[in-house]
Ligand binder design. Structure first.
Ligand code: SF4
Length: 400
């Protein structure tokens, strides 16, 4: 089980009127000047608190904040390589029993627009990905109420039988938690069966903001502890996962710092998070978008990207989300703590339908990395480096 630490010493009354796991807290200081010792301490290798993280995000001088995050990235990645992956998101189904208010992808069971891809369709996408030079797939769907576990295991097994080295980065902790409801099996049993069928790692979708007060308001489908427990269980079984944070859901800023703290605590226990990926809420076509139509400003995203690098001293990789903030901000993020530019995304259906209309080619990712003064490094979804190829195979434009 995930340890349940007590309240922070500076915990105070929650200003939202909702009860959080630990209670709202204040930044540890209130001025840019007072943030400087925190930055210097972090640069010296000391761990900062969540109250410090909140102070840095709100008050630190921007140059100092970005420079510190960049210096910490250099220490973690002295080879000047920025990694990226060529893969494809396969969304096997959009049928979902949840109704997360920030989601534009799901269709309720019975909706005429609901679909489940056939095995042939999935194999066609896998074959096409390989032909385009992709190394694997990030596979996610809605929370389907009826598909048995054998549907997933047989699908994974059939892909691995045909393409043993094709990397399977599949099923968010939220989906795996839903599998327990559909099957009656516990989380470890499900993870073991998926691993035996060929699952390589798990994407960190559904993390959103790991504070139950906001998760309940946004109708997230599992609780903070449930999401973290699936991740930790996967780690204990030797399945690496990524962790994400989606900002801009109307959460209070302290909740973002608490989210980082929850991730860091699990990582201290398991060491299984291979990357952290913050991104921004995309409001188009979502229920929440009718209340919150503004996107998080790029500068604010960058500050939390840098704070993530400084705070998460136990997670090796930090990915900047060009898909949600655009390639220029993605490029700038490489100077603000990020060492990974994510995926070419030969296909993406979930975030793009909510308004993230940025696209990339492998050449564009490599050029962006080089223009930022780094060397591009091809990897798979498990953050394992792959042999570089000087001429990109994939343009990313082959599939509209
Ligand atoms: S975010 Fe995932 S779980 Fe929530 S409604 Fe969308 S598909 Fe379903």
């Amino acid at each position: 089980m995930i340890d349940e630490p007590g309240l922070e010493p500076n915990a105070r009354t929650n200003s939202t009127g909702y009860t959080s796991d630990r209670g709202a807290f204040s930044p540890s200081c209130q001025s840019a000047g007072d943030c400087e010792p925190i930055l210097q301490s972090a640069l010296a290798g000391n761990r900062i608190s969540s109250a410090d993280a909140l102070a840095l995000a709100l008050h630190a001088d921007e140059d100092s904040l970005f420079t510190t995050a960049n210096e910490i990235r250099k220490k973690l990645h002295p080879d000047s390589i920025v990694t990226y992956v060529v893969d494809r998101n396969i969304n096997y189904s959009n049928i979902c029993t949840s109704v997360c208010s920030f989601c534009a992808f799901y269709r309720k069971p019975g909706d005429p627009e609901g679909y489940v891809l056939s095995l042939d369709e999935i194999h066609e996408k896998v074959d096409e990905t390989i032909a385009l030079g992709g190394s694997g797939t990030l596979m996610q769907g809605g929370l389907h109420p009826e598909l048995p576990l054998s549907w997933y295991t047989e699908m994974l097994r059939s892909i691995k039988d045909k393409h043993p080295s094709f990397y399977l980065h599949c099923f968010s902790p939220t989906e795996i938690h839903a599998f327990t409801t559909v099957t009656g099996l516990d989380c470890e049993q499900i993870l073991e069966q998926l691993k035996n069928a060929g699952l390589d790692s798990i994407p960190g979708g559904g993390g959103e903001i790991l504070v139950d007060a906001i998760r309940k308001r946004r109708r997230s489908s599992c609780s903070t502890n449930e999401w973290l427990e699936v991740s930790a269980s996967a780690h204990r079984l030797g399945i690496p996962t990524t962790a994400t944070m989606m900002i801009g859901l109307g959460e209070e800023t302290w909740m973002r710092a608490e989210h980082l703290e929850r991730i860091r605590e699990v990582q201290d226990q398991t060491g299984g998070f291979i990357s952290f990926i913050p991104w921004t809420f995309q409001p188009d076509n979502t229920a929440l978008g009718r209340k919150i139509s503004e996107r998080v400003p790029a500068r604010e995203y960058s500050r939390w990207l840098a704070v993530s690098r400084i705070f998460l001293d136990n997670i090796q990789n930090l990915q900047v989300s060009w898909l949600t903030v655009g390639m220029e901000e993605g490029r700038l993020g490489l100077q603000r703590g990020a060492n990974d530019l994510g995926s070419v995304m030969i296909e993406e259906n979930v975030i793009s339908v909510a308004g993230a209309n940025h696209t990339a080619t492998e050449k564009l990712l490599r050029d962006t990395i080089e223009k930022s003064g780094f060397r591009p490094g091809l990897r798979n979804a498990g953050y394992r480096r792959l042999p570089d190829r000087p001429v990109p195979v994939t343009t990313g434009e082959e599939i509209a």
